[in-house]
Design a binder for this molecule. Structure first.
Ligand code: ATP
Ligand code: MG
Length: 175
């Protein structure tokens, strides 16, 4: 599963939370931000236009990032400072693995390990070999019933904490 454009099968995830539109996707990201302690790796799966960047925009807003959050499709990584540092990666256009060194991936991972940063990676296949034994959360956005909205599914290594599972449960988190 480390080819750049592989997307894991939805059946490998439990059912997820519905996001009716972009605002819901961003709101889910903002709520996820509230669960971040530093040191998390988020692997964001979903086809082109699934809403991965939109989710990270909400995540960054939830962390108090004031800068505009734009897709790192061409830069491979954009970094933001909020309550935690966020490294937003997108490997869709990665064509040479040496680029992974060019973006300073080992340094980014050091910040994750010491708990000062979180990593959110779109099209994360090329990142997987570099993660070693680091824990990660995997999010998958799929089209909702009838193609409307998106369903956001979650799994992780190890299994996500209860608060994460609650957030991504069908029907959303309990009140
Ligand atoms: N829940 C949703 N329902 C419908 N549209 C959505 C939803 N969430 C986000 N979108 C819209 O989908 C479009 C693509 O979003 P976004 O750029 O975040 O996708 P992406 O997964 O990052 O794509 P890429 O793989 O090209 O980077 C945007 O117009 C966004 O507003
Ligand atoms: Mg994107």
């Amino acid at each position: 599963m480390d080819a750049p454009h592989d997307i894991p099968a939805a059946g490998g995830f439990p059912p997820g939370a519905m996001a009716a539109g972009p605002a819901d996707t961003a709101a889910l990201g903002a709520r996820a931000a509230g669960l971040l302690r530093g040191g998390e790796v988020l692997l964001l799966h979903g086809g082109l236009g699934a809403g991965k960047t939109c989710f990270v925009q909400g995540l960054c807003a939830g962390l108090g990032v004031e800068a505009e959050v734009v897709s790192p499709t061409f830069t491979l990584v954009n970094s933001y400072d909020g309550r935690l540092r966020v490294h937003h990666l997108d490997f869709y256009r990665l064509d040479d693995r040496s680029d992974l060194d060019d973006i300073g991936l080992p340094d980014l991972l050091d910040e994750v390990v010491d708990g000062t940063a979180v990593l959110a990676a779109e099209w994360p296949g090329p990142l997987l070999p570099a993660l070693g034994n680091l824990p990660f959360l995997e999010l998958l956005a799929v089209a909702g019933p009838g193609g409307a909205g998106r369903e956001w599914r979650l799994r992780g290594r190890p299994a996500p904490a209860t608060a994460w599972q609650d957030l991504f449960r069908p029907g959303g988190p309990p009140c």
